[in-house]
Write a protein that binds this ligand. Sequence first.
Ligand code: URA
Length: 214
Amino acid sequence: MDKNAVWSELVLEISSCRKCRLAENRTRAVPGEGSLDTKIMFIGEAPGRSEDEAGRPFVGAAGKLLSELLQSINLRRENVFITNVVKCRPPENRDPLEDEIRSCSYFTNSIIQLIQPSLIVTLGNHAGRYVIEVLGGIRWYGVSRMRGNVYEVTLFGRKTLVIPTYHPAAALYNPAPKKALEEDFKLIATRYKELTENEVKAKERRKTLLDFMR
Ligand code: URA
Protein backbone atom coordinates (compact mmCIF):
# COMPACT_ATOMS: atom_id res chain seq x y z
CA MET A 1 0.00 0.00 0.00
CA ASP A 2 1.36 3.46 -0.77
CA LYS A 3 1.68 6.23 1.81
CA ASN A 4 -1.47 8.05 0.70
CA ALA A 5 -3.55 4.90 1.01
CA VAL A 6 -2.18 4.15 4.50
CA TRP A 7 -2.85 7.75 5.53
CA SER A 8 -6.46 7.59 4.24
CA GLU A 9 -6.99 4.40 6.27
CA LEU A 10 -5.56 6.05 9.37
CA VAL A 11 -7.77 9.13 8.93
CA LEU A 12 -10.83 6.87 8.76
CA GLU A 13 -9.77 4.94 11.86
CA ILE A 14 -9.05 8.12 13.83
CA SER A 15 -12.33 9.71 12.78
CA SER A 16 -14.36 6.76 14.04
CA CYS A 17 -12.19 5.98 17.11
CA ARG A 18 -13.99 5.50 20.43
CA LYS A 19 -11.02 4.29 22.48
CA CYS A 20 -11.27 7.07 25.06
CA ARG A 21 -13.74 9.53 26.62
CA LEU A 22 -12.66 12.35 24.27
CA ALA A 23 -14.75 10.74 21.52
CA GLU A 24 -17.92 11.62 23.46
CA ASN A 25 -17.77 15.39 22.95
CA ARG A 26 -15.77 15.87 19.79
CA THR A 27 -17.27 17.55 16.72
CA ARG A 28 -14.51 16.25 14.49
CA ALA A 29 -11.36 14.29 15.18
CA VAL A 30 -8.14 16.02 14.08
CA PRO A 31 -5.75 13.42 12.61
CA GLY A 32 -3.13 15.88 11.35
CA GLU A 33 -2.08 17.30 7.99
CA GLY A 34 0.83 18.17 5.76
CA SER A 35 3.33 16.45 3.53
CA LEU A 36 3.66 12.68 3.89
CA ASP A 37 7.17 12.90 2.39
CA THR A 38 8.58 15.54 4.71
CA LYS A 39 11.65 15.10 6.92
CA ILE A 40 10.20 17.29 9.68
CA MET A 41 7.17 16.74 11.86
CA PHE A 42 5.59 18.94 14.54
CA ILE A 43 3.66 17.33 17.39
CA GLY A 44 1.39 19.47 19.57
CA GLU A 45 -0.91 18.75 22.45
CA ALA A 46 -4.60 18.52 21.55
CA PRO A 47 -7.16 20.20 19.29
CA GLY A 48 -8.89 23.30 20.68
CA ARG A 49 -12.29 24.68 19.73
CA SER A 50 -11.31 25.93 16.24
CA GLU A 51 -9.51 22.67 15.42
CA ASP A 52 -12.45 20.59 16.66
CA GLU A 53 -14.75 22.52 14.31
CA ALA A 54 -12.40 22.45 11.33
CA GLY A 55 -11.00 18.92 11.76
CA ARG A 56 -7.55 20.45 11.13
CA PRO A 57 -4.63 21.01 13.54
CA PHE A 58 -3.40 24.43 14.66
CA VAL A 59 -5.93 26.66 12.89
CA GLY A 60 -6.71 28.95 15.87
CA ALA A 61 -4.60 31.68 17.48
CA ALA A 62 -1.76 29.30 18.45
CA GLY A 63 -1.84 27.96 14.90
CA LYS A 64 -1.43 31.45 13.48
CA LEU A 65 1.72 31.88 15.58
CA LEU A 66 2.98 28.44 14.51
CA SER A 67 2.50 29.40 10.83
CA GLU A 68 4.43 32.66 11.44
CA LEU A 69 7.26 30.80 13.16
CA LEU A 70 7.42 28.36 10.24
CA GLN A 71 7.45 31.24 7.80
CA SER A 72 10.31 32.88 9.74
CA ILE A 73 12.49 29.90 8.78
CA ASN A 74 11.16 29.64 5.21
CA LEU A 75 8.98 26.62 5.86
CA ARG A 76 5.35 26.35 4.87
CA ARG A 77 2.71 24.24 6.56
CA GLU A 78 2.33 22.16 3.37
CA ASN A 79 6.02 21.17 3.54
CA VAL A 80 5.90 19.78 7.10
CA PHE A 81 3.58 17.39 8.90
CA ILE A 82 1.58 18.59 11.93
CA THR A 83 -0.30 16.43 14.43
CA ASN A 84 -1.06 16.21 18.17
CA VAL A 85 -0.59 13.62 20.93
CA VAL A 86 -4.38 13.43 21.23
CA LYS A 87 -6.58 13.73 18.18
CA CYS A 88 -9.82 14.89 19.85
CA ARG A 89 -10.55 18.05 21.84
CA PRO A 90 -10.49 17.71 25.63
CA PRO A 91 -13.51 19.36 27.29
CA GLU A 92 -13.03 23.03 28.25
CA ASN A 93 -9.58 22.84 26.62
CA ARG A 94 -8.16 21.06 29.68
CA ASP A 95 -4.81 19.27 29.37
CA PRO A 96 -4.98 15.80 27.87
CA LEU A 97 -4.78 13.05 30.53
CA GLU A 98 -2.15 10.31 30.59
CA ASP A 99 -4.61 7.58 29.63
CA GLU A 100 -5.95 9.66 26.74
CA ILE A 101 -2.41 10.18 25.38
CA ARG A 102 -1.87 6.41 25.78
CA SER A 103 -5.16 5.55 24.04
CA CYS A 104 -4.14 7.77 21.13
CA SER A 105 -0.55 6.48 21.02
CA TYR A 106 -1.36 3.79 18.46
CA PHE A 107 -2.27 6.60 16.03
CA THR A 108 0.62 8.88 17.02
CA ASN A 109 3.07 6.00 16.57
CA SER A 110 1.52 4.92 13.27
CA ILE A 111 1.83 8.48 11.93
CA ILE A 112 5.50 8.69 12.98
CA GLN A 113 6.17 5.33 11.31
CA LEU A 114 4.36 6.41 8.15
CA ILE A 115 6.16 9.75 7.78
CA GLN A 116 9.54 8.51 9.11
CA PRO A 117 10.69 12.05 9.94
CA SER A 118 14.39 12.72 10.57
CA LEU A 119 13.48 15.60 12.89
CA ILE A 120 10.52 15.89 15.27
CA VAL A 121 9.69 19.18 16.97
CA THR A 122 7.55 18.74 20.06
CA LEU A 123 5.39 21.68 21.16
CA GLY A 124 4.82 21.88 24.91
CA ASN A 125 5.19 19.50 27.83
CA HIS A 126 2.82 16.70 26.81
CA ALA A 127 4.28 16.13 23.35
CA GLY A 128 7.85 16.53 24.66
CA ARG A 129 7.35 13.99 27.42
CA TYR A 130 5.63 11.51 25.12
CA VAL A 131 8.24 11.57 22.34
CA ILE A 132 11.40 12.05 24.41
CA GLU A 133 10.59 9.95 27.48
CA VAL A 134 7.87 7.44 26.57
CA LEU A 135 9.14 6.68 23.04
CA GLY A 136 12.77 7.80 23.25
CA GLY A 137 13.65 6.57 26.74
CA ILE A 138 15.31 9.85 27.82
CA ARG A 139 14.09 11.25 31.15
CA TRP A 140 11.85 14.31 30.68
CA TYR A 141 12.52 17.22 33.07
CA GLY A 142 9.91 19.63 31.75
CA VAL A 143 9.87 21.86 28.71
CA SER A 144 11.63 24.87 30.24
CA ARG A 145 14.66 22.71 31.09
CA MET A 146 14.69 20.51 27.97
CA ARG A 147 13.89 23.05 25.22
CA GLY A 148 16.47 24.49 22.90
CA ASN A 149 18.44 21.23 22.69
CA VAL A 150 18.63 18.46 20.15
CA TYR A 151 18.09 14.91 21.43
CA GLU A 152 18.96 11.89 19.35
CA VAL A 153 16.59 8.99 19.97
CA THR A 154 15.76 5.74 18.23
CA LEU A 155 12.10 5.67 17.28
CA PHE A 156 10.77 2.44 15.82
CA GLY A 157 14.29 1.42 14.80
CA ARG A 158 15.18 4.76 13.15
CA LYS A 159 17.60 7.38 14.41
CA THR A 160 15.53 10.53 14.89
CA LEU A 161 16.41 14.00 16.15
CA VAL A 162 13.97 15.63 18.54
CA ILE A 163 13.87 19.34 19.40
CA PRO A 164 11.43 20.16 22.20
CA THR A 165 10.14 23.70 22.45
CA TYR A 166 7.31 25.62 24.09
CA HIS A 167 3.74 25.30 22.90
CA PRO A 168 2.88 28.38 20.79
CA ALA A 169 -0.18 29.00 23.01
CA ALA A 170 2.22 29.69 25.92
CA ALA A 171 3.75 32.50 23.87
CA LEU A 172 0.56 34.27 22.86
CA TYR A 173 0.52 36.73 25.73
CA ASN A 174 3.96 36.15 27.16
CA PRO A 175 7.21 37.58 25.78
CA ALA A 176 9.67 35.11 27.44
CA PRO A 177 8.40 31.89 25.81
CA LYS A 178 7.91 33.77 22.55
CA LYS A 179 11.58 34.75 22.52
CA ALA A 180 12.55 31.15 23.38
CA LEU A 181 10.34 29.82 20.56
CA GLU A 182 11.96 32.21 18.08
CA GLU A 183 15.42 31.04 19.18
CA ASP A 184 14.39 27.38 19.00
CA PHE A 185 13.04 27.84 15.48
CA LYS A 186 16.48 29.12 14.42
CA LEU A 187 17.97 25.89 15.80
CA ILE A 188 15.28 23.91 13.95
CA ALA A 189 16.20 25.73 10.72
CA THR A 190 19.91 24.92 11.14
CA ARG A 191 19.34 21.22 11.85
CA TYR A 192 16.78 20.88 9.08
CA LYS A 193 19.19 22.51 6.58
CA GLU A 194 21.92 20.05 7.63
CA LEU A 195 19.54 17.13 7.14
CA THR A 196 18.46 18.21 3.67
CA GLU A 197 22.07 18.96 2.61
CA ASN A 198 23.20 15.54 3.85
CA GLU A 199 20.39 13.93 1.90
CA VAL A 200 21.45 15.71 -1.31
CA LYS A 201 25.07 14.58 -0.74
CA ALA A 202 23.96 10.97 -0.12
CA LYS A 203 21.90 11.03 -3.36
CA GLU A 204 24.92 12.35 -5.29
CA ARG A 205 27.12 9.59 -3.80
CA ARG A 206 24.58 6.94 -4.83
CA LYS A 207 24.40 8.38 -8.36
CA THR A 208 28.20 8.43 -8.72
CA LEU A 209 28.39 4.83 -7.54
CA LEU A 210 25.69 3.77 -10.01
CA ASP A 211 27.45 5.61 -12.87
CA PHE A 212 30.69 3.88 -11.89
CA MET A 213 29.06 0.45 -11.95
CA ARG A 214 27.54 0.95 -15.43
N1 URA B 1 -3.04 23.37 20.31
C1 URA B 1 -2.52 22.16 20.01
O1 URA B 1 -1.74 21.60 20.75
N2 URA B 1 -2.89 21.59 18.89
C2 URA B 1 -3.72 22.14 18.03
O2 URA B 1 -4.01 21.53 17.00
C3 URA B 1 -4.23 23.41 18.35
C4 URA B 1 -3.88 24.01 19.49
